[in-house]
Design a protein around this ligand. Sequence first.
Ligand code: C5P
Length: 247
Amino acid sequence: MNRSTGDDRVVALVPAAGMGVRLGENKPKAFVHVGGSPMLTWAIQGLIASGSVDEVVVMVPAELVDATRALLPASAVPVHVVTGGAERTDSVRAGLDAAPDADFVLVHDAARALTPPALISRVVAELRAGARAVVPALPVSDTIKSVDATGAVTGTPDRSGLRAIQTPQGFDARLLRSAYATGTRATDDAGLVEMLGTTVRTVAGDALAFKITTPLDLVLANTLAAQRDPADIAGGLDTTREAVTAP
Ligand code: C5P
């Protein structure tokens, strides 16, 4: 419980311990700069700017804990830095261990650096409205096919029933702890919760919450970041929402 407001306490966990090999930069991905600031700084600023988060826990490689503390923005929202793990699952578990007072947990990839604060607020609002697990979702614009090990197509699922899933993913904290207690490893936290049989709700995602994974993503992120300041991340930016949600 958040003592200042009487509301349930929302803690955001930011896994930032990945090496980001696909990006081709010679440093952990969360520390690659976008628009002059590390991706991690953008991600933390977005969470704080949402006004929906009581505390942030960042999980980084052990050798970068001190450097991360040094780059944290001054904020009324406490930001803790802990050591992540070998795989994303290990990093999220370390974050959960560092957030024993959480009622709701958001898990938000640092690599989704330009996520609009309004999206973060939508996820928290859905939790406060009673959902136990929430993911931001966007319609897919490409046709998706399944393939076998040889690359031959085995099926074409109906696109209208498919969604691309982003972060932050929001959870009742006890539910996510139960999911992690099963010991299953996953790159998608909601997937763990689905295995427990719990309904996962969706809220509208946003194209700006794309995950910076490839060099092309980095070019796009730098172009977008040039239009706003990480210290004023809530500042206006045309999200071209209609264009991205068209079927
Ligand atoms: O590699 P990928 O883009 O799927 O990573 C998603 C997020 O998980 C990134 O923010 C990355 O830093 C984080 N991660 C982590 N610990 C790991 C691997 C990935 O915190 N061991």
